[in-house]
Design a binder for this molecule. Structure first.
Ligand SMILES: Cc1cc2nc3c(=O)[nH]c(=O)nc-3n(C[C@H](O)[C@H](O)[C@H](O)COP(=O)(O)OP(=O)(O)OC[C@H]3O[C@@H](n4cnc5c(N)ncnc54)[C@H](O)[C@@H]3O)c2cc1C
Length: 386
């Protein structure tokens, strides 16, 4: 993938916005365990950054996916993981299926305001009893006239306490687990929705994560995205963009972590020299930087093929797997070189250590990625559960 002048200009616009409007508030929002999503999204929408690869008729820029990747990469400029994740949910997790398969009416009602930054969306897949095992989710929608009545629970939902709507994966039939689900857009002010709990976490503090109950929530059937029963398939496709987003947005935080550690090591004196004079430290940091560049190359290649319309399930899963593992290795190794200072709360390196830990769990755990790879490589012959 080659970034053109346009890609770089978009990144410059976003980085300037982050320097002026986000980074000065990050410590405050991290401490508050929330950030003002509506305010930030409205400004991002005014800059035209929330719909780069979305159709122009709904306010998007109609560009190809490489521009969304460039945006995801520049989001890594934020001084924490929570705010980029919240933006990524809006651009690459709760809107791709809506943009691709939603009816014109549904896209006017929900996609256009999301691109404009007037509304905040969330993606509701995981449940208390079904995270890795997406097919095993239990929430269900019963038909009642032209409506669905939705009952169930969604857990770990990013943005959900502030969101105006949820793109919800829900059982709409009794058939086989991969063919009985639909994606339905659920307005979050519907009667019967209870925002039951804000979940406290070890990292990603500025991002709100909720447990949401649904008790006979009435939603028109026209809020269903695409065909009934195709929700699992649509969500698996939507996951590809989520996983590429995770990889792209992890690169700058790792680069920054390594750069700050080099700076620290060069001024930290010990044993009559600096920490950076230790060959072990030099080699370790050089090796980590090499790994980050390898991940960048893998991510760009996956993005290139995605833009060409190829199925990148395997490459996106590899990139997501490598992202989780490498973020842990980079942040842990660097934290060690900072000594006691690395163990302090405000240190950016310790923040990456906490925020980055999610990379191996959220959006499909490492083992789920390995399972996909084993299947796509033809190693695992186990038939899918139906
Ligand atoms: C901060 C945060 C934000 C999130 N945001 C959202 C969101 O916006 N929307 C949403 O729908 N979900 C969201 N999630 C949920 C996330 O996607 C799930 O946590 C994740 O899919 C794992 O599911 P689980 O937590 O139920 O763990 P489980 O499914 O119980 O898995 C536990 C562990 O089992 C292991 N494991 C899993 N499968 C296998 C296997 N095949 N072989 C061997 N070991 C295995 C893995 O190590 C895994 O970590 C979020 C989670 C967090 C923590």
């Amino acid at each position: 993938m080659h970034y053109t002048h346009e890609h770089l200009e978009i990144q410059k616009t976003l980085r300037r916005f982050i320097d002026e409007e986000i980074n000065p508030h990050v410590d405050e929002w991290e401490a508050a365990e929330a950030f003002p999503a509506h305010e930030v999204f409205r400004k991002l929408g005014q800059l035209g950054l929330l719909g780069l690869n979305k159709p122009e008729e709904y306010g998007g820029a109609g560009l190809d996916y490489s521009y969304a990747m460039a945006l995801a990469e520049a989001l890594g400029h934020v001084d924490c993981g929570g705010i980029p994740m919240a933006v990524g949910v809006q651009t690459d997790m709760c809107t791709p299926a809506l943009a691709r398969f939603g009816s014109d009416e549904l896209r006017r009602e929900f996609l256009a305001p999301a691109i404009a930054g007037e509304t905040v969306g969330c993606i509701g897949v995981s449940e208390p009893g079904a995270g890795s095992d997406v097919a095993g989710l239990k929430s269900y929608a019963k038909k009642d006239g032209d409506d669905y009545l939705i009952t169930g629970q969604k857990m770990w939902i990013t943005n959900s306490l502030q969101a105006d709507w949820m793109c919800m994966l829900v059982n709409t039939g009794d058939g086989p687990a991969h063919r009985n689900k639909s994606l339905v857009i659920v307005p979050m002010d519907s009667p019967g929705i209870e925002k039951a709990k804000k979940i406290r976490k070890i990292g990603m503090h500025s991002s709100d994560t909720g447990l949401i109950y649904f008790d006979n929530v009435r939603v028109p059937q026209r809020n269903r995205i695409g065909e009934e029963g195709q929700g699992f398939v649509y969500q698996m496709q939507q996951f590809q963009e989520e996983r590429l987003w995770c990889a792209a947005s992890s690169l700058e935080p790792m680069d920054t972590c390594i750069a700050q550690t080099i700076e620290w090591a060069q001024q930290r004196r010990m044993f009559g020299a600096t920490l950076a004079d230790q060959q072990w430290v030099q080699f370790k940091l050089a090796e980590l930087k090499t790994e980050v560049e390898a991940l960048r190359a893998l991510t760009y290649r996956a993005c290139d093929l995605h833009v060409q319309g190829e199925d990148v399930t395997q490459l996106a899963s590899m990139a997501k797997l490598k992202t989780g593992r490498l973020t842990r290795e980079v942040s842990d190794t660097c934290l060690q070189f900072w000594g006691g200072m690395g163990f302090t709360w405000e240190n950016r390196v310790s923040r990456l250590f906490r925020d980055g830990r999610l990379g191996s769990i959220g959006g499909g755990a490492d083992e789920v990625m390995l399972g996909i790879l084993a299947k796509t490589m033809g190693i695992a012959k186990r038939p899918p559960r139906e």
